[in-house]
Design a protein around this ligand. Sequence first.
Ligand SMILES: Cc1cc2nc3c(=O)[nH]c(=O)nc-3n(C[C@H](O)[C@H](O)[C@H](O)COP(=O)(O)OP(=O)(O)OC[C@H]3O[C@@H](n4cnc5c(N)ncnc54)[C@H](O)[C@@H]3O)c2cc1C
Length: 402
Amino acid sequence: MNGWHSKFDADVAVIGAGPAGLVSAIALAAAGVETALIAPAAKADQRTTALLASSVAALATLGVWPACLPQAAPLRKIRIVDDTKRLFRAPEVIFDAAEIGLEAFGYNIENRHLLAALEARAAELKLARIAVPALEIIADSTAATIKLGDAEVRVRLVIGADGQRSLCRAAAHIGSSRREYPQSALTLNLVHARPHHDVSTEFHTEHGPFTLVPLPGQRSGLVWVDDPAHVEHFSAKSDAKLAVEVERRAHAILGTMSIESGRSTFPLAIETAAPLARNRIVLVGEAAHVLPPIGAQGLNLGLRDAATIAELVAEARRRNADIGAAEMMTRYDMVRSADVKSCSLAVDLLNRSLLSDLLPIQATRGLSLYGFDRIGTVRRAAMRQGVAPSASQPRLMRGEMV
Ligand SMILES: Cc1cc2nc3c(=O)[nH]c(=O)nc-3n(C[C@H](O)[C@H](O)[C@H](O)COP(=O)(O)OP(=O)(O)OC[C@H]3O[C@@H](n4cnc5c(N)ncnc54)[C@H](O)[C@@H]3O)c2cc1C
């Protein structure tokens, strides 16, 4: 990169090569925007991500999905089991994608395969890849400069996709509100004796959901949300002992289990930045919002951020407008904040309704699930709200290029 001698090195710099950053960079480059992706390759753990149908549509439009499909399992049904020992226990509810005319609500894929498919697509496109971390970002009314040790890159707009401890968020002087939950998640993958029939099963317990999500073959990903002390206790067990405990908690619905190598634990928190853009820096993914892994919303929300900023940049370029102008920052914040706030609120309420000892809250939760179970129109409306692309979704989510 040329540094200060030329006016701009690229139109946009995306900082961070997790899934939200890679999708932002791919969407921009595919729209013909000169893009620099500044980040070392992300390290994938064994976690899996459930991608909703609209996220799959966006990845298909960007040419990423064909490489993901062989590694992904469809989620045709979601089964919710109230596994609490409480007075008000909800009936078991099954959401079936076929009921709303969909083949699947989405697909579950291991993060390593998703990242590999995204990296491969990024390599095919004209992207300047700078595989070092950004050290400092200085933005003013005319440009943003990213310092990378001895070198620097000057752009009109920075996309901060640098995760929970975002340097970009700090550089833009954007604050965030964060709340820790009294919960941790243990994640691992399993091989099991019985088929999952493309059904994801959530056992709702007093400490959080225990969710089995299908993977290709007779394999599933597990996200076990529990009291941090329980998570610490069980995560220290041998594979054989842990497999027995997982099978017991899963009520043996998938038969005997064995645990694949690799497991991780995460303390749970919820965090939202406000505003979502300022000073030529736009936040996407976990730099903008962190959600607990309940209802598989986090990255789906992040991909909607990526699709939105790519769409706004492409549109501003068609108008010959400055893509980093204050008006763009306001527009992005306006378009994204309603989705981020409503999604965060829904996930927070669901999680707190599980943790609450208050009888009225338990009763309300039980009644809602009873309504989903018994009233088809309510259940179908809830399913459509969850997955079906609406007019307010960014174009990529509707299968259209930006
Ligand atoms: C247990 C668990 C299960 C989950 N399951 C789901 C699910 O089923 N569905 C779903 O939608 N979401 C799920 N999520 C959420 C999802 O994992 C996150 O939303 C997603 O990983 C965030 O991606 P990201 O690209 O924003 O951030 P990250 O993946 O954190 O990537 C940020 C990248 O930026 C890089 N970086 C940081 N600083 C710099 C710098 N200064 N310069 C350059 N690069 C930098 C980092 O190295 C990293 O690679 C889950 C989360 C957890 C914890």
